[in-house]
Design a protein around this ligand. Structure first.
Ligand code: FAD
Length: 376
């Protein structure tokens, strides 16, 4: 999951597992910031509250921000004018919650996965987890170790689904979607089963949100489609002075966002040319039509999935970089397959000999960046 030109390899005291814990990810990001001397470029405790086009200067942006005053809890607002704005505000903080009949009157506790930290508060409880993507599957397995029962509801499961999930836990159940919630605490699934639950945990993802962007940014969010955006990055009408990094979903984020950043940097510095506004808009419309033609819902506009590497190689081509190495693609494919085959218990199973050639290729690649003494 590392950046292309800064290998993710555990240091001498690091976590050497193929799927290291979050402490190792934090160490990697800190190392990255130190190596490229980024700290001086970041204004901490500073929240952007408004980004608008500067009426006095044609293509500049007025950025209003609120910053915490040193040694005090007070904040003050300031404004500065910039030539360009690159929006990288992340999309894992504004919860999306499924609309379920009777939920308002349901008496139990409701949470969204963005507040989940540890399983202990769920000890002995009956928990309904709505959503079975990465958060839903990870959290349900985590909770199953202490909870009385965990019931995962999936909107993509056939309506009659009600089965025990394979794996270590005998208290983990998989259902079709929740049909309704009742005032006595019962949750009714589309498969007809009824569970008296203590907690409903919404693992239903997040919404894109740009509360600081005014109407003049010509960008809107409609059913989780941020648009219009050329190749998920540039709004044609105001490109390249406004751009978005990090919107694609179901991708390997660091690699992809690095390539998007390279592209934006190349365009802003004049090394890379964008097509005309008209051509970019035509490309966006053609993309939307292709989604419509295959019946893909609007909310999946930024879900790349199988198209990830094609998109990354397109970005790499724009930046005159080499295509994504085969070992990265292969590593991703075998990890995904392992996840399916071993029901999420795959993380500590890499050490099987048949994948060693991928690690050898990765480490050979890393020697371009790390002195031999730092090799894992
Ligand atoms: C539960 C979970 C597990 C994940 N696991 C993995 C994994 O195993 N591997 C992996 O590669 N990825 C994983 N991801 C995805 C990864 O965390 C994201 O892709 C990555 O953090 C995106 O980076 P980002 O910089 O775009 O956004 P973020 O990391 O969300 O950073 C956005 C930053 O912008 C700041 N911000 C927002 N609004 C404003 C504002 N108005 N003014 C100033 N600052 C603002 C926020 O405070 C934040 O610091 C996971 C995500 C989640 C939620």
């Amino acid at each position: 999951m590392g950046f292309l030109d800064f290998p993710f390899a555990a240091g001498p005291d690091g976590d050497p597992r193929t799927f290291p814990g979050h402490a190792e990810v934090l160490r990697y990001l800190r190392e990255f910031a130190r190596r490229f001397d980024l700290h001086g470029l970041v204004r901490l405790e500073t929240e952007v509250v408004r980004v608008s086009r500067d009426a006095d200067a044609n293509s500049s942006w007025r950025v209003r921000y609120s910053r915490k005053l040193a040694g005090s809890e007070k904040r003050e607002e300031e404004e500065e004018v910039f030539d360009a704005v690159v929006v990288c505000n992340g999309h894992y903080y504004q919860p999306h919650v499924a609309d379920i009949l009777g939920m308002d009157a349901w008496p139990g506790k409701q949470l969204h996965s963005n507040t989940y930290r540890v399983p202990e508060p769920f000890r002995g409880q009956v928990v309904v987890v709505i959503g079975c993507s990465v958060s839903g599957m990870d959290i349900s397995r985590d909770i199953a170790g202490v909870a009385k029962e965990v019931h995962v509801a999936s909107r993509s499961a056939p309506a009659a689904t009600c089965e025990r999930l394979p794996g270590h836990h005998t208290n983990l159940w998989f259902h079709s979607m929740v049909d309704r919630a009742e005032e006595d605490g019962t949750v009714v699934f589309q498969d007809g089963s009824r569970i008296k639950a203590d907690v409903i945990l919404h693992c239903t993802g997040y919404k894109y949100s740009f509360p600081f962007l005014g109407d003049d940014a010509t960008i809107s969010v409609d059913d989780n489609r941020v648009g219009p955006l050329y190749k998920h990055v540039f709004p044609p009408q105001v490109a390249p002075q406004l751009s978005f990094i990090g919107l694609p979903l179901k991708v390997i984020p660091f690699t992809l966002f690095e390539l998007q950043s390279n592209w934006v940097a190349g365009v802003l510095s004049g090394r890379i040319q964008l097509p005309s506004k008209e051509d970019m808009m035509r490309d966006v419309m053609a993309f939307y039509s292709s989604l419509d033609a295959c019946g893909r819902p609007r909310r999946y506009t930024h879900v790349l999935g199988d198209l990830e590497f094609e998109y990354e190689n397109w970005l790499a081509g724009q930046c005159r970089r080499e295509c994504i190495e085969d070992w990265r693609r292969e590593m991703f494919a075998v990890s995904m397959q392992d996840n399916v085959d071993h029901h999420g218990n795959h993380r500590d199973m890499w050490d099987r000999g048949d994948r060693d050639h991928l690690l050898v290729q990765a480490n050979r690649e890393f020697t371009h960046y790390f002195p031999a003494a730092l090799q894992p």
